[in-house]
Design a protein around this ligand. Structure first.
Ligand SMILES: NC(=O)c1ccc[n+]([C@@H]2O[C@H](COP(=O)([O-])OP(=O)(O)OC[C@H]3O[C@@H](n4cnc5c(N)ncnc54)[C@H](O)[C@@H]3O)[C@@H](O)[C@H]2O)c1
Length: 270
């Protein structure tokens, strides 16, 4: 059922790689809720992914941009304002990648060049997105910007290695730019800390299935799905959340506040 929550709003959605991507679900729901938006991803990822299928289904234009390149982001923002016919009301940053995780390196043996890439792609890119949006004055007042994060920013999960620092930085950037954009444009900036989700990025973490089951058992409501996350993102882009800013919003079925659960005790007793 659609509620027209985003009727008349214009957005930019980063990170839809394939139909498992959280950004893919957000784009589908944003379309159902009446938004117009551009889709973007790194040129290389776009060749591997199926973004054109999503663009067709949602009547969107695809504008490639490597989110680490300020120049490409400038073209993305000016192109989006042109294509959509006005300033931007919402942005979803749904980007994460660690070359160290891809190569299976343990925390004590990370390659620093790749560490810098992890931080650039997964965290600094969020700063660059808002830097460009602000410089171009591309955002409408009362706009909403959301980035996706994970609780490994605050608690140790050994296999998450350098992505833990990237997520901590991402959440900090949301607070700093949240204060800045609130003052200049009444724009809100938040991160949504999502449960483990079966996507390309998620499944790249070593032992992901165990990780996923553990989180599910430790969450009184169970793991939040990508569809649940899309619902939350749409609520955050809607006018019903205008005064929520600079927050790290835990969207995890209660995982972050559970000590132990009955479903976990069942496993321990086996
Ligand atoms: N899947 C999970 O378990 C989980 C849990 C919590 C948070 N998250 C976060 O959700 C977000 C989306 O990930 P997902 O799970 O949907 O996986 P995904 O692999 O579908 O999405 C990650 C996206 O990042 C894009 N990307 C990588 N490098 C880029 C670059 N240089 N420029 C632009 N885009 C680039 C990829 O092409 C891809 O579309 C990430 O920030 C991830 O850390 C995921």
């Amino acid at each position: 059922m659609a509620y027209n929550l985003l009727k008349g709003k214009r957005g930019i959605i980063f990170g839809a790689l394939n139909e498992n991507s959280i950004a893919w679900k957000v784009a589908e729901l944003a379309h159902t809720e009446g938004a117009k938006f551009t889709l973007t991803n790194a040129p290389l990822a776009m060749r591997m992914g199926e973004i054109n299928k999503l663009a067709e289904a949602t009547g969107s234009t695809v504008i490639p941009a490597d989110a680490t390149s300020v120049e490409e982001l400038e073209k993305l923002f000016s192109g989006s304002v042109d294509v959509l016919g006005g300033k931007i009301d919402f942005v979803l940053h749904s980007i994460g990648m660690s070359p160290n995780i891809r190569k299976g390196r343990p925390y004590g043996d990370l390659k620093y060049e790749d560490y810098m890439k992890t931080l650039d792609i997964s965290a600094l890119s969020f700063h660059k997105v808002m830097h460009v949006a602000e410089k171009q004055d591309a955002l409408n007042e009362w706009g909403s910007i959301v980035a996706l994060t994970y609780i490994a920013s605050q608690r140790n999960f050994p296999d998450y290695t350098d992505m833990a620092e990237a997520k901590a930085m991402l959440e900090s950037i949301a607070r700093s730019y949240g204060a800045r954009l609130a003052k200049s444009k009444k724009v809100r900036v938040n991160t949504i800390s999502q449960s483990p989700t079966k996507t390309t990025a998620g499944s790249g973490i070593a032992g992901f299935d165990v990780f996923f089951d553990f989180a599910d058992r430790m969450s009184p409501l169970g793991n939040a799905t990508a569809e649940d996350c899309a619902n939350y993102c749409i609520a955050m882009f809607s006018d019903f959340t205008k005064m929520v800013t600079m927050q790290n919003l835990l969207h995890d079925g209660g995982f972050s506040h559970s000590g132990i659960t009955e479903r976990m005790i069942e496993v321990m007793n086996k």
